[in-house]
Ligand binder design. Sequence first.
Ligand code: PMP
Length: 442
Amino acid sequence: MKTEVGMVNAFVEGKTELDAATAEMIRRRSALLGPAYRLFYERPLHLVRGEGVWLYDPEGEAYLDAYNNVTSIGHCRPEVVEAIAEQAATLATNTRYIHASILDYAARLLATMPDEIGHMMFTCTGSDANDLATRIAQSYTGGTGIVVTETAYHGITQSVSEFSPSLGENVDMGPHVRTVPAPDAYRMGEGMADAFGDAVAAAFADLRRHGIKPALFICDGIFASDGVFDGPAGFLQKAVAATRAAGALYVADEVQSGFGRTGDAMWGFQRHGVIPDLVTMGKPMGNGYPVAGVAVRPEVIDEFGRKARYFNTFGGNAVAVRAAGAVLDVIEKENLVENAREIGAYMRDRMRALQTEYPQIGDVRGAGLFIGVEMVSDPEIKTPDAGLATAIVNGLRDENVLISGCAKAANVLKIRPPLVFTRDNADYFLAALERVLERTLK
Ligand code: PMP
């Protein structure tokens, strides 16, 4: 069986000694849920409660969450819980009736985007959003060809899994899909932006050479599964220009980088000064309530909208948009974009300071509260060290601090705390990381 890049820290049956209660739950779980699910960590976690940046197990033990970007304004945020409860007790219907909340929310959300993007459509998941964006882009361009980065993840539907190479080599890429190397400034240096733009141009040329008309280039604004590449702000411009020159549309997948995560603005693409044709979003949008969507330029959706009706039973339902509205309230009220910028920069500075003592920390990068730490066995030639990254992820879990890993070589720590992370939380995290590094490397 080949690796699944997105699950570098998956629990492996029989590899670790577990207590009887945990072993029994895992046995029931695989008996009931079947073989396709995976669990994090060598010692999987059983969680029963969450509050703010903390998660709790049945014994009441607390774990610092530095990983979950869904509950980005904190677990079980009372403002969101109240909005959901109040709306669920009042009216829970769909987009086929007139309802003010969806209009208010769409207006607020579109106001955070460039003027060129004028419509907002609602889905239930990020996969669902990327699937819809693909249909729209393919309809607009009349093409099917798709370009993605080589370890991208965009979702689980049939069409989207065909352009999600991080699912691993057991899941086939579509014949209309081409991959380009991730924009790895750590290895590619100054020429990265040009090389990335050239790779996108070459991928579209190759599609055409095979009789496949280009439709879209889609990328995650922080290249999360590729290994967290923030690059120099603006580097995406060349790739977007190459996309448009090929007659394709640029889809900004903001499922990871949206809603203030990257600390510069609400959306990851804004760091690059590019204006997408379609923007997809999900995860943190409802802080745990399933709500996702596609924002689009009016001219791109115009013909599609006249040809095909769009209805998504739960997408944009009255409860979902109230949850999403409460999330925006908190982001604005608590200046969480700024907090992500400040605390993220503080954490990166402190981790960079550890590089002298631990040269195995090859690179510390990211934007806002999306941090990637690349572990290497030889800093001179930057040899990826997946074993070390996995040992640190599991070591932190033993310290009750939750992160995970990513990247093609599975050697990058993926650190993505809730946007409400405080400096104290950051210090707690950093102290645990230092203990784990000392234990693992000294
Ligand atoms: N795009 C990106 C960049 C993602 O990270 C994910 C989820 N990890 C998705 C799309 C799919 O979202 P969902 O799981 O809500 O379908």
